[in-house]
Ligand binder design. Structure first.
Ligand code: GTP
Length: 383
């Protein structure tokens, strides 16, 4: 038990040391926290075996059970976040059930501490149930995540759940053959052996999951504009080329709108660079709100945005421009304290547009015309 606790503590210290804390995602933080809580639980359990008086024993053992149970809830959340099935602000039925189990078990354990069958049956029953829920979370189908680490967590949790249930049944109904936690019973010998293996495998699986998360973050950073969250120029161009090829192949209408904020240098000069950044973020948000899911928006340059409107003819594209303009005027006045305007060039896909560059060139020429004609307007490119 002491050796296992030492291993656990080493893991609880090593994991955040390897991963870090500030730069890791919310899922990895949950995993680190889960390891820490488990180590705390085992520390309390070891200490409880050293004290002779009932009340310190009751307090330490209850704390131990609460921490171990909370550790499983935190691990469950880490896995849900890693597999893309949960959100950081999740209030799902599963999470509520897990926390309720933790609360009820800790309370029941503390109150009924003097009854050995009750407390051992309750604690092991609840912990076993929570382990099964963690195993199920790891098994939930999740495209884009590696099956290996999920399988390792699911298998180790299922094995631990079996041993834990077994221990609970022995404690609750066959107390004479299982009189205390460190009794030399085969279940404890098996548990000691399996726990060490499970600890090692789980730590490896968590590191694999963390690596996967870090890779995903890197991939996202490589295609996203950090300020606005829109696609960056390279990623937008790559995707736009695919959409353009599809539109040509299936002879679908397609529009390309190039948007450039008016007098943006003045915005920066008069209101400061931070406010300029806010203005860019506002335009990105407006685009996000006004566009359909199949459309493609990207930050093309400093204060220039490109939007590819799929299955869209000139008329609806011009209506979108009007909607966008109106929303931006209203929102910018409220959020920034001044009205933000933009000029735009709109090019509809025509027979002569062989490549994306052809379409971009025509949209850019139209944008130039819009600027020359006095700004705050959209100009339709000549075919
Ligand atoms: N705050 C902020 N400013 C940026 C960013 N990227 C580019 N800019 C600024 O955008 C301004 C663009 O200025 P110009 O190209 O002269 O264009 P403009 O002032 O909008 O004038 P028109 O386009 O002719 O209406 C420059 O002052 C750049 O410094 C950014 O990420 N944040």
């Amino acid at each position: 038990m002491v050796a296992f606790s030492v291993n656990l503590f080493a893991g609880a210290i090593a994991l955040p040391t390897i991963m870090g804390w500030r730069r890791i995602g919310i899922a990895a933080r949950h995993a680190v926290l889960a390891t820490g809580l488990q180590a705390l639980g085992w520390l309390c359990l070891v200490l409880s075996t050293l004290v002779r008086n009932e009340w310190p024993d009751r307090l330490l053992s209850t704390l131990a059970m609460g921490a171990m149970s909370a550790s499983l809830v935190t691990l469950w959340r880490a896995i849900r976040l890693w597999t893309g099935h949960g959100r950081p602000d999740e209030r799902s039925l599963g999470l509520i059930a897990l926390w309720l189990l933790t609360g009820l078990m800790t309370l029941g354990y503390g109150i009924g501490f003097t009854s050995y069958p009750w407390r051992v049956g309750l604690a092991n029953g609840v912990l076993g149930l929570q382990m099964l829920m963690v195993a199920m979370a790891a098994l939930t189908h999740s495209p884009g995540t590696h099956r290996g680490w999920r399988a390792v967590i699911a298998a180790s949790m299922a094995i631990m759940a079996t041993i834990t249930f077994w221990r609970g049944i022995l404690g609750a109904f066959f107390t004479e053959s299982y009189p205390f936690l460190t009794a030399p019973h085969p279940i404890n010998q098996l548990s000691a052996l399996v726990s060490s293996v499970v600890l090692l495998l789980n730590s490896m699986a968590l590191l694999m999951a963390y690596r996967e998360e870090a890779e995903r973050q890197l991939r996202e950073q490589a295609i996203t504009d950090g300020l606005t969250g829109l696609l960056n120029r390279r990623a937008w161009t790559e995707r736009a080329e695919v959409l353009l090829a599809d539109a040509r192949r299936y002879q679908q209408p397609l529009g390309l709108m190039m948007i450039d904020i008016d007098h943006f240098k003045r915005v920066n000069d008069e209101h400061g660079h931070a406010r300029g950044d806010q203005a860019l973020q506002l335009v990105a948000r407006m685009l996000h709100e006004q566009l359909r899911s199949g459309d493609l928006a990207g930050r093309y340059g400093g204060e220039e945005f490109c939007v590819l409107l799929t299955h869209t003819r000139e008329g609806p594209a011009l209506s979108l421009d009007q909607r966008l303009r109106q929303c931006l005027r209203l929102e910018s006045e409220q959020a920034l304290g001044f009205v933000l305007e933009y000029s735009a060039g709109l090019a509809a896909l025509g027979e002569n547009d062989r490549t994306l560059d052809d379409l971009l060139r025509r949209a850019d020429d139209a944008l130039y015309e819009a600027k020359r004609a006095g700004r705050a307007q959209v100009v339709l490119a000549a075919r």
